[in-house]
Design a protein around this ligand. Structure first.
Ligand code: PEP
Ligand code: MN
Length: 263
């Protein structure tokens, strides 16, 4: 079902009223996590001012350590949904557990499946039974083929609204948090009709590398980016080192325009 051979035309996925995979380059931006009402509102203001099409933030956080902040769960989700409505921005947020799918599908415009759950097949089937668009992130040790098969699980349940997301993979390189596999973008575009986004934040783990890799993502044919922006990255509860300052986000949006126009 994901194959371009079977389905030659590009699939356009709608997140709220925002089209992904059409002519426009889609920018989903926001903090790693929902922290406080003030932080969500200030970060939403920043991404809206910069011209983002949708806002991201996690209420359920997949943290390496069980002692790290795990997210506010349902309260965080409702807060994000409220801010999204106030600002007129569709929301993208992660769901980690089958038990939470129904609630997240009620509140969110797009459900994110994180890298760590790319092959959580029960979860893939559960989101496949919703009628919400799914942003499926590539596992950090997954081949592109595995990503496409994970998407197939969702489509096989009847949900064809799937956006793939390259977010960096683990390699021997330790200078950056992950190695952003930009080869995957034109490759995936050849293999499947589904739209593809790039996450240069998790892909690099380093704030000052995010803008160049976001521009590179646009240049190699991505349909959009998922980028972490925090009103005050130094105080972020998670992923501060890779979160853009609001000024940097504005700069990114300005610099993206000529690149998007050129491709
Ligand atoms: C995130 O988007 O904040 C996140 C946890 O991403 P990933 O699953 O790609 O690590
Ligand atoms: Mn993050």
């Amino acid at each position: 079902l994901v194959s371009r051979e079977i389905h030659p035309h590009d699939t356009v996925v709608k997140i709220g009223n925002v089209a992904v995979g059409g002519k426009e380059f889609c920018v989903v931006a926001g903090p790693c996590a929902v922290e406080t009402p003030e932080q969500v509102r200030a970060s939403a203001d920043a991404v809206k001012a910069g011209g983002a099409h949708a806002i991201r933030a996690g209420a359920y956080k997949p943290r390496s350590s069980p002692y790290s902040f795990q997210g506010h769960g349902p309260d965080g989700l409702r807060l994000l949904a409220e801010v999204g409505r106030e600002m007129g921005l569709p929301i993208v947020t992660e769901v980690m557990d089958v038990a939470d799918v129904e609630l997240v599908a009620e509140e969110a415009d797009c459900l994110q499946i994180g890298a760590r759950n790319m092959q959580n097949f029960g979860l893939l089937k559960a989101v496949g039974r919703t009628r919400r668009p799914i942003l499926l992130k590539r596992g950090m040790a997954a081949k592109v083929e595995d990503l496409l098969l994970a998407a197939e699980y969702i489509l096989a349940e009847g949900n064809e609204q799937v956006i793939l997301c390259e977010r960096g993979i683990r390699t021997f390189e330790t200078a950056t948090r992950n190695t952003l596999d930009l080869n995957a973008i034109p490759y995936i575009k050849q293999k499947t009709h589904l739209p593809v986004m790039v996450d240069p934040s998790h892909g690099t783990g380093v704030r000052d590398l995010v803008i160049p890799m976001a521009l590179a993502a646009a240049a190699c044919g991505a349909d959009g980016i998922l980028v972490e922006v925090h009103e005050n990255p130094a105080k972020a509860w998670s992923d501060g080192a890779q979160s853009l300052y609001p000024e940097q986000f504005e700069q990114l949006m300005t610099r993206l325009k000529p690149v998007v126009k050129a491709v």
